[in-house]
Design a protein around this ligand. Structure first.
Ligand code: OGA
Ligand code: FE
Length: 296
């Protein structure tokens, strides 16, 4: 009998077997496969079309490569990571008036959740004096969902795209020019909406471990009526990747995508990943990320 117990334990630790309890929440270090950017073979400017590409054009012209990456669980060491150094930061025990239903309506999200995010950013980000929330995305790990988790390492904006966002979302041009003279950041506030994450968590690489010139590549992000710019992430074994196991509805992950301040960690590459430990029957991840310009 003791032999059986030993065998089972060994199998679980080796990661070659899944935990079959559907309520199991994977925790601790894990090796996972992430998708990285590889430049177009012909040396042309990388692009992707947000909606249907024009006749004869591919949806994207760059390539991708899978790499196995060791992910460190920051659970229990949350306070060691900061927006200024790592370009990510987390918050626990965040009160909220939202319910699962709130996230079924864009109006309710803007009415109930946006003010909470605005206050959270003003309270958390040192120096912040103004927040403009410009976007949100609900993602559901479900083939029928409008938006799915993103299994590709990326940064949402380049510095150029962040500047364009200021001009786009500050209605008064004179005020926009004034705000552009000071420090501004783009910060995403990410959380699950359907309870503790068991499946498809988000991985993120500390800005401190990223070679921002060599590892990050601007990609034209072509919308029907304007072109934004995102960043692809090349694989580099020096990058330190993390995740936050079992994130709950009352927890928030702040992902900084852009910062005009010199001498700080400017942006955090991130990607959803398939966790090999996720049990059969686990709850599919559902989440919201809110994107905000943070001034000051
Ligand atoms: C983001 C993001 C991907 C995901 O919040 O910016 O890229 O799978 N999210 O939630
Ligand atoms: Fe993103």
């Amino acid at each position: 009998m003791s032999t059986t117990t030993t065998t089972t334990t060994t199998t679980v630790l080796s990661g070659s077997s899944q935990n079959n309890d559907a309520s199991y929440v994977p925790r601790g270090p894990v090796e996972a496969e992430l998708t990285f950017y590889v430049p177009p073979a012909d040396g042309t400017t990388p692009f992707n079309y947000v909606e249907k590409p024009p006749e004869g054009q591919p949806e994207r012209n760059f390539r991708e490569a899978l790499h196995k990456v060791q992910l460190t669980d920051i659970r229990g060491r949350e306070d060691e990571y900061t927006l200024d150094r790592d370009a990510f930061q987390v918050l626990r025990n965040v009160p909220s008036a939202t319910t699962y239903e709130t996230f079924n309506s864009d109006d309710d999200i803007q009415r109930v959740y946006y003010p909470e995010v605005e206050k959270l950013l003003l309270d958390t980000v040192p120096g912040a004096h103004r927040v403009i929330i410009f976007d949100h995305t609900i993602r559901r790990e479900n083939p029928a969902a409008h938006r799915q988790p993103v299994n590709r390492a990326h940064v949402d904006q380049t510095a150029k795209a962040a500047e364009a966002r200021v001009r786009l979302h500050v209605p008064d041009p004179a005020e926009a020019e004034e705000l552009l003279k000071g420090r501004y950041r783009i910060i995403n506030v990410w959380r699950p909406i359907n309870g503790v994450v068991q499946s498809c968590p988000l991985a993120f690489a500390s800005a401190e471990s990223v070679d921002h010139d060599a590892d990050l590549v601007p990609i034209e992000h072509r919308y029907p009526h304007r072109t934004g710019e995102t960043m692809g992430v090349k694989y580099n074994p020096a990058q330190r990747w993390y995740y936050w196991s079992g994130m709950g509805n009352d927890e928030r992950l702040l992902l900084k995508c852009s910062d005009t301040q010199e001498g700080v960690g400017k942006r955090v590459p991130h990607s959803a990943f398939v966790d090999p430990r996720t049990p059969p029957g686990a709850r599919p991840r559902e989440s919201i990320e809110v994107r905000a310009l943070v001034f000051g």
